[in-house]
Write a protein that binds this ligand. Structure first.
Ligand SMILES: [Zn+2]
Length: 685
C-alpha cells in the first residue's frame, strides 16, 4: 500500500515535468536510451517502468479468491522486473551518460527507484499474498524463489506491527546516514607528513620531481594514495614509512570512532528487533554462510590451511631483510610492503611492464571473447547497427552453440575512459532475462587502455585479469538469465557467492595455452614467451599464505565488532589481538585502521565473502583438466550446473551439483603452496 501511494506521487511529478518539456513517451520498454539520451526522456522512461510496477502490484492486491503462482508470483516478479529495469538503466546512465545533466538525472532517479524497492520490501499486502500461495511441489525453482522472497520480507521486518516497522525504517535510515558520514570522513581525511630530502631516498624520480621543497627545505607529503602508497612500497627510510603509516591510519581518527559506534548500535538494535541475537547473525541469515557460528568454523579452517605457508613466507622475508639491514629482529606493519617489494624484485626478477607489449587491447578483447566462446559453448556475433549510448560501445549478440544456435542475449562492451564516465571497472546487468519473453542483456563498464586511434592500448597484466573477472560476471548474467523468473538471474544469487564465478574465470588467465592464443607482441607478432608466462605466474603466486592471513584478520575483526553488544567492543584491543594472531608484521601503537576501514560499514560482518569465494573459485577451477581447459566436458557441466540455474537454487546446491560434494579447502591448499613448488621449499601443512 505504501508503495502505491508513494509511487503515484513520484509519477504525477515525473509525468508533468515531461509534459512541460514536451518530451514524448519512450517507446522501447527495455532500453531507456533508445527513446532519447537526455534527462527528460530518461525520467519519462523510468517513470513508465515504475507505473508498470505499480500496475503489477495492483493485480496482486485485487485478486479475488485464492492466490496462485499465476495470479500472484507472476505479477510480483513482473513488478521486480520493472524495478530492476528502472534501477539498472538509471544506474547505467548515471555511470556512462554523455552529459553531466543526464548523469545527475540518473543518480536522482536511482534514489527514487531504490525508495520504491524499499517500499515494496515493506509492503505487507504483497507479503501476505505471496505467503498465501501454495508452493508448487513439481517446480523446485519457483518454490525456492518464493521461499527466498518470503525470507527477505521477514528479514526486512514486514511482519512486524506498525510501530516496530516505523522503528526499523528509522534504524535503517540511521545506519545509511552514519555509514555515509563514515565514508565521507575517510574520503575527506587528508593529513600531511613532512620529510627531508634524504628521507625520500628509494622513491621514484617522477615522485620526487612532483614535490617541491618548502622554504625550510622539507617536503610536504599527503596521506592521499598517490603520495602515500609509493612511500609504503619504496621509501628506504624506516622513520618516514612509520610516520606515514600512523598518519595514514589516523586520517579519520578520532572522528570516526563515534560514527562507527553509532552504526554498530543501530545495527544491534535492528538485529534484536528482528529476533536475532547479534547483527552478524542477521547479516548472514540469507547468505551461504548462514550464521556467525558457521563463519567462526570456516575462518578457523582457512587459518589452519594458510598459517604454515604464511609463517614460511614471513621467515624467508625476514631472512632477506636481515641481510639488507643487519640487526633487524622483526618487520613492523609499516614496513611490510617495502620489504615485500624488495624481495619480489630480487627473487622473481619480474617487471610487470615487460608483459605489456603482448597485451594490446584489441587482441586481448578478441582473445577473451574466443576463450569465453569455447568455454561456455556460445558464439558472439558483432551487431554493427545496434543503437547504444555512445559510438565507442561495441555490441555482441550471444548465441548458443549447444542448442540449435538459439539466441541467448546481448552484451555491450563500453571499455575505455571518456570524460565524465565512471572511473571504475564493473559488470552491470541491463535487462534481466525471462524465458520466452525477454532476453538478458548486460554491459561491461571499464576504463582500459586503448580505444584511441593509433594507440595500441597496451594493458597491464592486472588489467587483463580484471577483464577476465568482469567477463565472468557478464556470462553468469547471460547464461543465468534464461529461466522463468526475472529476479532469479546470475546477479541474484546470495551475496557471498556472487564473486565465485568471476574469480573462477580469473584463474584461466594463468594458463599458457589460453594466453598464447592471443598474447602476441603488438609490433612483431611474436607469441608471449613461455618463460615470461612462468615468471609472471611465479611472481603472481608469491605471498598467498600471508594474503590469506591478512584476509583472516579483516574477516575476524569485521565479525567481532558485529557479534557482541556494541558496549563490549573495544576497537583498539580487538585490533591488537587480531593483529598479534594473524599478521606476521608487528603491530604499531596508534594504528587506528578501523576508523578508515570502509568495508566495516559496507560489508558489515560479511567481509569473509572474498575468502569464501576464493575457496569456491579454486575448487571449481581444480575440476578442469589443466592440459585441456577449454576442450573437455567440464566446461559444459560447469555452465549447466553453476551458471544456468541463476538464483533458482541455494548457492550451496549449485556448488554441490558441480563438485559432487560441498566445497572444501584441498584446492585452496594447493593454490597457496604453488609458490613453493620447484624451489625446494616445502610449505608444510
Ligand atoms: Zn566481481
Amino acid at each position: 500500500m505504501t508503495l502505491v501511494r508513494r509511487m503515484s506521487m513520484y509519477l504525477v511529478c515525473g509525468v508533468s515535468l515531461a509534459a512541460l518539456s514536451g518530451t514524448t513517451m519512450a517507446q522501447d520498454p527495455l532500453h531507456a536510451w533508445r527513446g532519447g539520451a537526455d534527462p527528460a526522456s530518461l525520467e519519462t522512461w523510468v517513470n513508465a517502468r515504475l507505473a508498470a510496477a505499480k500496475a503489477d502490484l495492483d493485480k496482486i492486491t485485487s485478486v479475488q479468491g485464492a492466490h496462485t503462482v499465476e495470479n500472484t508470483v507472476r505479477p510480483y516478479d513482473d513488478a521486480q522486473n520493472e524495478l530492476a529495469l528502472a534501477g539498472n538503466e538509471a544506474y547505467l546512465m548515471f555511470s556512462v551518460g554523455n552529459s553531466a545533466l543526464l548523469r545527475d538525472k540518473g543518480q536522482a532517479l536511482l534514489a527514487v527507484v531504490s525508495s520504491a524497492a524499499t517500499d515494496l520490501s515493506l509492503n505487507q499486502a504483497v507479503y501476505r499474498a505471496l505467503a498465501a500461495v501454495p508452493l508448487p511441489t513439481n517446480d523446485p525453482a519457483t518454490k525456492h524463489y518464493v521461499e527466498r522472497a518470503l525470507l527477505e520480507y521477514r528479514l526486512a521486518g514486514v511482519d512486524k506491527d506498525d510501530a516496530t516497522r516505523a522503528k526499523i525504517r528509522q534504524l535503517q535510515d540511521k545506519i545509511t546516514d552514519s555509514s555515509l558520514v563514515f565514508g565521507r570522513n575517510v574520503a575527506d581525511g587528508k593529513l600531511e607528513v613532512k620529510a627531508t630530502k634524504a628521507e625520500l631516498k628509494g622513491l621514484p624520480e617522477d615522485y620526487i620531481a612532483r614535490h617541491k621543497p618548502d622554504a625550510d627545505g622539507t617536503y610536504t607529503l599527503t596521506t592521499d594514495s598517490p603520495d602515500s602508497t609509493p612511500v609504503f612500497s619504496f621509501a628506504a627510510d624506516e622513520g618516514l614509512r612509520k610516520r606515514m603509516f600512523l598518519t595514514y591510519n589516523q586520517r579519520a581518527y578520532p572522528k570516526n570512532v563515534a560514527v562507527l559506534k553509532s552504526v554498530l548500535e543501530a545495527r544491534q538494535e535492528l538485529a534484536t528487533t528482528l529476533g536475532y541475537k547479534t547483527f552478524a547473525d542477521l547479516a548472514m541469515a540469507d547468505q551461504m554462510m548462514g550464521s556467525a557460528s558457521n563463519l567462526r568454523k570456516f575462518l578457523q579452517e582457512v587459518d589452519d590451511a594458510s598459517r604454515g605457508a604464511g609463517d614460511k613466507e614471513y621467515a624467508l622475508l625476514l631472512e632477506f631483510a636481515k641481510k639488507q639491514q643487519p640487526g633487524l629482529t622483526n618487520i613492523s606493519i609499516a614496513d611490510g610492503s617495502y620489504w615485500s617489494e624488495q624481495y619480489r624484485r630480487v627473487k622473481y626478477n619480474f617487471d610487470a611492464q615487460s608483459v605489456r607489449p603482448y597485451f594490446p587491447y584489441d587482441e586481448v578483447q578478441e582473445g577473451i571473447l574466443k576463450t569465453a566462446a569455447s568455454l561456455f559453448h556460445v558464439e558472439f556475433r558483432a551487431v554493427s547497427d545496434a543503437k547504444t549510448w555512445d559510438a565507442s560501445v561495441s555490441t555482441y549478440d550471444v548465441f548458443d552453440n549447444a542448442a540449435g544456435k538459439k539466441k541467448l542475449g546481448r552484451i555491450y562492451l563500453d571499455m575505455h575512459p571518456r570524460d565524465g564516465k565512471d572511473k571504475w571497472f564493473s559488470s552491470a546487468p541491463v535487462v534481466p532475462g525471462i524465458r520466452g519473453r525477454q532476453l538478458p542483456e548486460g554491459a561491461l563498464i571499464c576504463n582500459f587502455s586503448g580505444g584511441v586511434a593509433g594507440d595500441p592500448g597496451l594493458m597491464e597484466y592486472s588489467e587483463v585479469v580484471t577483464f577476465f573477472h568482469e567477463f565472468g560476471h557478464l556470462m553468469h548474467h547471460i547464461l543465468g538469465g534464461q529461466g522463468q523468473w526475472s529476479n532469479a538471474g546470475g546477479f541474484n544469487v546470495e551475496g557471498d557467492f556472487v564473486e565465485a564465478p568471476s574469480q573462477m574465470l580469473e584463474e584461466m588467465f594463468r594458463d599458457r595455452t589460453i594466453l598464447s592464443s592471443f598474447a602476441k607482441h603488438y609490433k612483431t607478432g611474436e607469441t608471449i614467451p613461455a618463460s615470461l608466462v612462468e615468471q609472471m605466474n611465479a611472481a603472481g603466486a608469491y605471498g598467498r599464505g600471508r594474503w590469506l592471513q591478512a584476509q583472516m584478520l579483516y574477516s575476524t575483526y569485521s565479525l567481532q565488532v558485529h557479534d557482541r553488544a556494541p558496549q563490549q567492543v573495544d576497537f583498539d584491543a580487538l585490533l591488537r589481538e587480531d593483529s598479534d594472531r594473524f599478521s606476521h608484521f608487528t603491530f604499531l601503537d596508534g594504528d587506528r585502521m578501523y576508523t578508515s576501514f570502509t568495508h566495516l560499514t559496507g560489508y558489515s560482518s560479511n567481509y569473509y565473502t572474498y575468502v569464501l569465494d576464493k575457496v569456491i573459485a579454486v575448487d571449481f577451477f581444480a575440476q578442469f583438466d589443466r592440459s585441456n581447459l577449454l576442450g573437455g566436458p567440464t566446461a559444459m557441466r560447469y555452465r549447466r550446473t553453476v551458471l544456468e540455474p541463476g538464483a533458482t537454487k541455494p548457492a550451496a546446491e549449485l556448488v554441490k551439483d558441480f563438485l559432487g560434494r560441498p566445497q572444501n579447502l584441498e584446492a585452496l591448499k594447493a593454490w597457496i603452496n604453488e609458490e613453493f613448488k620447484g624451489n625446494g621449499v616445502a610449505a608444510g601443512k
